[in-house]
Write a protein that binds this ligand. Structure first.
Ligand code: ADP
Length: 360
């Protein structure tokens, strides 16, 4: 670089040296030696001062900015590290910090986009695969019937039933996919209200009782809940989450029990769904909330699972600023739980409305 700190320092030092000598020259009785010494001294002092200022405060920082820009251009993000001096008084350092931050943010955005793109591709492949299975099965049965099997009364009934089962599966899958995407895109309008979660849970248990009976499973509350427990949440979505968790308890338990319990503490209600089923191996625990992830594919499909139940529960909880957690022991059972904020009782709500009316 032609315009570097040494060149600038030399130029300025020469000017100051000459000016000092010229000024002293005007003073009477100053010897030539003194003139030369004063000129040289001011030259050296100016040179070092300017050199240090430029080298350490200006060129060094400009050099760093160039380095960062060059790496950014080459899409090399290896330089990215937390900048040491965020509040420096040196404006160059602050510019450099800003460029660092800009680089980090762009890099993060690129990484996020790449991840989203990979996720989208994977999801599309999974959905196509999941849709293909029941469609192919139903198609196969219908074509076999059309090719002549329809004449055989026994075969006709059997094949039609199988085709219907495949189409029901398809319907379930599409329904779950729609629910998931509606919650995710925010298309599903949340309707928060104060409601008694014990009532909702009783309804879910009633709905699932005959299914549990058929599999020799006892489904019940873990204790007597004689008093209502009010929560503030979207009643329909919570019903759906309870339905998914309790049905899973039934699906993955061979003889045993599935229980539902509540614990009230510090303005929250903790809801727990426990089963004495097969449990989930620890290496899979982190993945069961992913769409289409199944520990045992054939068991899930045999039980009519879409592989989306827990992903829906996870999204429902996120929409409530909560989360669902799981603990499980293989061979002993699983425990899924989530928290909701305590709601107001009907009397409390009425009181509030009265107070507001009085205030008006
Ligand atoms: P699926 O429709 O397959 O049940 P889910 O999203 O509801 O899909 O669950 C994902 C997977 O997590 C299931 O396939 C199963 O392997 C596992 N799983 C979920 N709940 C339980 C449970 N209570 N006990 C054991 N495994 C479970």
């Amino acid at each position: 670089m032609l315009f570097n700190s040494k060149a600038v320092a030399l130029l300025l030092a020469a000017i100051v040296g000459i000016l000092t000598a010229a000024f002293l020259y005007l003073v009477p009785d100053v010897s030539t030696t003194a003139l030369v010494v004063a000129g040289l001294l001011s030259f050296s002092a100016t040179y070092f001062l300017v050199y240090i200022v430029f080298e350490f405060l200006v060129f060094k920082e400009i050099g760093k900015i160039y380095e960062v820009l060059n790496k950014l251009r080459k899409k090399d993000f290896s330089f990215i590290e937390e900048s040491e001096d965020q509040n420096s008084l040196n404006p160059f350092k602050r510019i450099n910090t800003e460029i660092y931050k800009y680089g980090v943010n762009r890099h993060q955005e690129i990484e996020d986009l790449k991840k989203m793109e990979a996720f989208r591709r994977e999801f599309l492949a999974d959905v196509s695969h999941e849709l293909k299975t029941p469609i192919f099965a139903a198609q196969g049965f219908v074509h076999t019937l059309l090719d002549g099997a329809v004449e055989d009364k026994k075969v006709r009934g059997k094949f039609l039933k199988r085709a219907a089962k495949s189409l029901d599966r398809l319907d379930l899958l599409i329904h779950d996919l729609l629910t998931l995407s509606q919650i995710e895109t925010g298309e599903m309008k949340m309707h928060f209200e104060h409601f008694n979660i014990v009532d909702s849970a009783s309804e879910v248990i009633d709905q699932l009782e005959s299914k549990a009976d058929k599999r020799n499973i006892k489904i019940s509350f873990d204790a007597e809940y004689d008093n209502p427990i009010f929560v503030y949440a979207d009643a329909e979505l919570i019903y759906r989450a309870l339905m998914n968790l309790l049905s899973n308890g039934i699906k993955y338990t061979d003889k045993g029990k599935v229980t539902l319990g509540f614990e009230v503490s510090e303005g929250n209600v903790s809801v727990a769904v426990k089963d004495s089923g097969r449990g989930i191996p620890p290496e899979h625990l982190g993945r069961i909330f992913e769409r289409f992830f199944r520990v045992d594919k054939s068991r899930s499909k045999e039980m009519g699972g879409t592989g989306l139940g827990l992903a829906i529960v996870k999204h429902i909880m996120e929409a409530h600023d909560s989360n669902v957690t799981v603990t499980s022991t293989v061979g002993k059972g699983s425990n899924f739980s989530f928290r909701l904020p305590l709601g107001k009782t009907i009397e409390e709500e009425e009181e509030e409305v009265n107070d507001l009316e009085l205030a008006d």
